[in-house]
Design a protein around this ligand. Sequence first.
Ligand SMILES: [Zn+2]
Length: 174
Amino acid sequence: MPVLVLNASLQPLSVIPERRLIVLLSKQKVAFVDERARQVILDAIEARRVLTDEPVIVQLLANVRVPRMMLRPTRSNILLRDEETCQYCGKHMRELTLDHVLPRSRGGQSTWENLVACCRACNGRKGNRLPKEVGMHLIRQPHALDHEYATFFLLRYPRLREAYESFLSSAQVG
Ligand SMILES: [Zn+2]
C-alpha cells in the first residue's frame, strides 16, 4: 500500500511504503488527513495485519523545504508525461516510440519540448517531416516535467493522485 506524504503546506512530497509510514508514525512526524483512515490503519498496524489497499494520505506536522529536482527527458519519463498515449492520434498503448517533433535530421534536439510519445503508425506517416507538412497535429504542446518531485511521482500512482485531488477539493470547500 503506497502512502502519500504531504508537506505541512499540503504539497505532495513523496510516496512511501507502509513500513516507512510506521516509522514516521512512531516518531510522531505525521498525521492522517482522514480520521476514518487513521483508525483503520492504526488498528491494522496494531494487529500486524496487512494494510488496506485504499490510498492513504498523511501530512507532515512540520513543513520541510524541498529542493526542486530536475528531471531528464528519458524515454520512460516522456512516456510517463504523455501517459503512454500517442501525441498525434491519441491512442493509448504500451508499444510506443519516441518522435522528434522537429526531426533530428533537421537539427531537432532530444529535449522535453521536442520529444513526444508516438505510435508506430504515426511515426511511419510522419517520417522525417514536420507535423504540419503531413497534416498532423500534436494533441497537446510538449512541456518539461518541472513539477516537484512527488507530483511527478503521483503520475505512477493514479489512485493516490485521485485521492489527493479529491482531498484537495474537499479541503478547499471546508
Ligand atoms: Zn498515433
